[in-house]
Write a protein that binds this ligand. Structure first.
Ligand code: HEC
Length: 143
């Protein structure tokens, strides 16, 4: 009886530790593989921006895929094989930045699943109201 309880507690600790590590590496992976193009904060100098910022990407992803599993599945597929006809972002973004280059070889499917779940859980931030829009406008949309 006692042993069972101890093992059960140990199991929980192991599960929690790996969960914490997984979320840590997810952001680390994003920093290493995606952040050079997708910034995590609102860009200050738009002329240096290479791709839509993470909060903008996730806002649009959630408008099309509010369900996390589907969103993750879509993003994993898109990052490895980007195509104009699949894209959910605004057409003027693709015109401006070009299609995202495939990250195949740069990131594995398992890593992508981790990264994109983290993206879904953390972006856009709660107070985000859309890029370049006046404060107070379009309140309550897109989330
Ligand atoms: C070399 C620059 C670059 C890198 C590196 C990059 N991206 Fe992108 N990404 C882009 C550009 C440009 C777009 C906008 C055009 C498009 O949607 O294809 C984009 C769009 C996206 C979209 C929206 C797709 C859609 O439906 O329009 C997602 C999701 C995304 N990126 C995820 C990632 C993830 C995750 C990583 C890291 C594994 C990553 N990107 C790395 C340039 C990049």
């Amino acid at each position: 009886m006692k042993l069972k309880t101890t093992l059960f507690t140990l199991g929980i600790i192991v599960a929690l530790t790996s969960w914490v590590q997984a979320t840590e590496t997810a952001e680390g992976l994003f920093d290493a593989k995606c952040a050079m193009c997708h910034t995590k904060t609102r860009p200050t100098d738009m002329s240096k921006v290479l791709a839509p910022a993470l909060m903008g990407v996730m806002r649009h992803i959630k408008m099309s895929y509010p369900n996390k599993d589907e969103a993750v599945k879509f993003m994993v597929d898109y990052v490895l094989d980007p195509q104009k006809k699949k894209a959910i972002c605004m057409p003027q973004k693709i015109e401006r930045f070009g299609l995202m280059p495939s990250q195949k070889g740069n990131v594995t499917e398992a890593e992508l699943t981790k990264i994109t779940s983290w993206m879904f859980d953390n972006f856009p931030p709660a107070d985000f109201r859309g890029m370049g829009q006046r404060r107070g406008q379009r309140r309550g949309q897109g989330r």
